[in-house]
Design a protein around this ligand. Sequence first.
Ligand code: ADP
Ligand SMILES: O=P(O)(O)O[C@H]1O[C@H](CO)[C@@H](O[C@H]2O[C@H](CO)[C@@H](O)[C@H](O)[C@H]2O)[C@H](O)[C@H]1O
Length: 456
Amino acid sequence: MSALTDLLREWMPHQRWFGSKGREWSDVTEEGFLLDQADPVLSVHRVRVSYTDGVSETYLVPLSWRDHPVEELNSAFIGAVPSGERESYAYDAMRDRDATTPWLIHLVNASTIGPMHFHPAGVAYIPEGVPGDILSTEQSNTSLVYGQEAIFKLFRRLEPGLNPDVEVHDALRKTQNPHIASLLGHIEIDDPDPSAEPATVAMLQTFVPNASDGWRLATASVRDLYAEGDLHADEVGGDFAAESERLGAATASVHADMAKVLPTEPADRSWFATVAEQMTARLDAAIAVVPQLAEHADGLRAVYAAVASAQETVVRQRVHGDLHLGQVLRTATGWIVLDFEGEPARPLADRRELDSPMRDVAGMLRSFDYAARHMLVEQPDDSQRAYRAQEWAERNRSAFCAGYSAASGLNPCGDSPLLRAFEADKAVYECVYEARNRPHWLMIPLQSLSRLTAAV
Ligand SMILES: Nc1ncnc2c1ncn2[C@@H]1O[C@H](COP(=O)(O)OP(=O)(O)O)[C@@H](O)[C@H]1O
Ligand SMILES: O=P(O)(O)O[C@H]1O[C@H](CO)[C@@H](O[C@H]2O[C@H](CO)[C@@H](O)[C@H](O)[C@H]2O)[C@H](O)[C@H]1O
């Protein structure tokens, strides 16, 4: 194993974007090329990690290189590797401002560098030459903000095929939907296997300035409620229900436009049976990661079984796939929906499948529950707060549904076995996500399962 793979093996599991925390590594290989030879040199590496459970994944890791240690970049330092008689110092290139300009310069020039192809959308100005600052709310991917004008998202886990975030934003350009940010370009990389499709490496999008994300706004509202001992959710200053209603309407508008420009298909009976089977299989896999799920397994299986016999009319279409309060931004004029990538842990082909838009409604309903109850993590025995959290969640879930319903003419939150199953399935996904990334939050989705499986 090379000095670089040794360093990556040590460093990668501690990065937020590394999705397989907790899995045991059996092998790692890396293949890199130079993207820019200026100072600092910028190299891009495809790092293939194999695990003892037989799974393997490829991550994209850009590195910047210095011939001496740079103190201001200490937090981005990965390690030193021998280079001839001396040493080269490797840094996380996404945290090294000096190494951030080549991405946009190559996009403007529609360059091809080695296996990497840069595709500008050709619709708007790209702030070439401006350095990018890493976004502190780093999640599954890594984003750089360029001068409050553009945001560059590097997709860390590579899979052959166009990333749905690029695909959906590109398709929605035709609709001029007011609830999305425009696509400015994207980057692809050829697969080492010439018969496989290229993987999407990154997306550049218009930056929405002066906006707050829905999670921050919603949790501020919950804090206001907790601060007022005796008042109800509709009586305190920070009531969020009007925002939730607008968010419901924005979600319905985006769904309607996605259905106009991307394929749709009425769901037949076999689709319901397949959905029930997929959810059951996901539960079985999740129990292996989160053993506490076992006590809810019978209830969950009953919720999923009810889908197979549900009498609902569904038109399948492309959906967001991972809609939650952290994926929506409130600007001065309304809500913007971000990140159409779907759940990062799912295979890309699954994330591009046609689905019920209720999948997204369920994701947002789960998120209201999360926002209401995340502060209870510190006070699990405070029954008064637990009651109020429930009240806040119910109020905002209803408001979201009312907004969706008014804009779409559909009633998304009636007594629907499918919606309940989507919520339960999302909570199971969340249990695995939290167990791997934020174990102290595992109780949030775990506790919701009692409600979701009650009296089926
Ligand atoms: N176009 C944008 N304008 C402003 N902020 C954005 C934009 N896109 C993303 N963000 C910010 O970046 C965060 C992460 O972006 P997101 O696309 O959800 O990445 P990830 O796939 O890593 O979750 C969002 O929660 C939001 O705060
Ligand atoms: O935004 P990502 O695509 O990275 O989504 C992943 O991370 C989310 C956490 O940031 C996770 O969302 C869960 O936590 C949110 C609060 O932090 C909450 O609003 C969501 O309802 C809850 O699902 C998401 O599931 C995961 O895919």
